[in-house]
Design a protein around this ligand. Structure first.
Ligand SMILES: [Zn+2]
Length: 190
């Protein structure tokens, strides 16, 4: 899934109107699993690697795959959640819960780029038949599922969010998603 979708879904699922202090931990948890990816992309751009090579070759190099595995590990997120819930450090526990949710959201929607979600216990990758972006692997459905979930979660959040900045941002992200879906997946298939 795309990172903004994780943020919107996780806020809708884990957030509560009466607990605004959990908003940042939820957002952090929705970003952290993808943090290494942004670092990777920034590094690859600085190293002047061509765009196609970045995603077709460099991304799959073992060193980068190992770094991505850490951030996408379900066991590590579970340990973090357990340890910090036990210590009653609830904001950090919620951050780990949000990371866990991010992994579960990615699990059914990654094909070639499937993560090693069970690292370090296992290097198994669940290669889903449906991708959230790859048209060769049913992205027309995968991206649609992501779009619908994001729209539903946004409907929940719009009722909960007070600030007009927050509402505006939600609406902008969704408008970009709808146009993105139309231009990337729908138009080419119509
Ligand atoms: Zn992810």
């Amino acid at each position: 899934m795309n990172t903004p979708s994780h943020s919107i879904l996780n806020l809708a699922i884990l957030g509560r109107a009466q607990q605004p202090m959990m908003t940042w931990p939820i957002l952090m948890g929705s970003w952290l699993p993808d943090a290494a990816l942004f670092g990777f992309y920034g590094w690859a751009k600085l190293a002047n690697i061509p765009e196609a090579t970045i995603w077709r070759e460099t991304y799959y190099e073992p060193i980068w795959q190992d770094i991505f595995a850490v951030g996408n590990s379900i066991p590590l997120a579970l340990i973090g959640l357990g340890v910090f819930a036990w210590q009653q450090r609830l904001r950090i526990a919620v951050m780990f819960a949000s990371m866990l949710l991010h992994h579960l959201e990615d699990l059914p929607l990654h094909h070639d780029d499937a993560h090693r979600h069970f690292w370090p216990l296992s290097d198994y990758r669940f290669v889903s038949p449906i991708s959230y972006w790859d048209s060769n692997h049913w992205a027309i459905y995968g991206a649609f599922a992501e779009l619908v979930l994001t729209l539903l979660a946004t409907a929940i959040l719009l009722r909960r969010v007070q600030s007009s900045w927050g509402k505006g941002l939600l609406i902008i992200i969704n408008v970009i998603y709808v146009f993105g879906y139309y231009s990337f997946y729908l138009r080419s298939n119509l």
